[in-house]
Design a protein around this ligand. Sequence first.
Ligand SMILES: [Zn+2]
Length: 99
Amino acid sequence: MKVFLRTWQEFELEDIEKSLFVIGEINGECFACHTIGIGLKERFCPNCKQEFKYIAFRRKIDGSWLNRFREIHPRACFIEFDDFKKFFSKKEARKLLDI
Ligand SMILES: [Zn+2]
């Protein structure tokens, strides 16, 4: 029986920043160039052409939702958006302090 379990893994924040597809209710956003309204089945950003290697969800999701996206995006890595946002915000805050 295959199930989805959340795991802890090390990532390069910058790698996620440039290849993250953020999925909302009916379409998605490229995190790198902030293009919105991207079809959920797209594997590349129609604007910056970046491949979506990581996928995060704006809404709370369950297993059936993940199964659906696993079929559409078989190679993508699903990440918890809140985790990513936490570290991204920290990094942005540090950038502001350096100015
Ligand atoms: Zn893009």
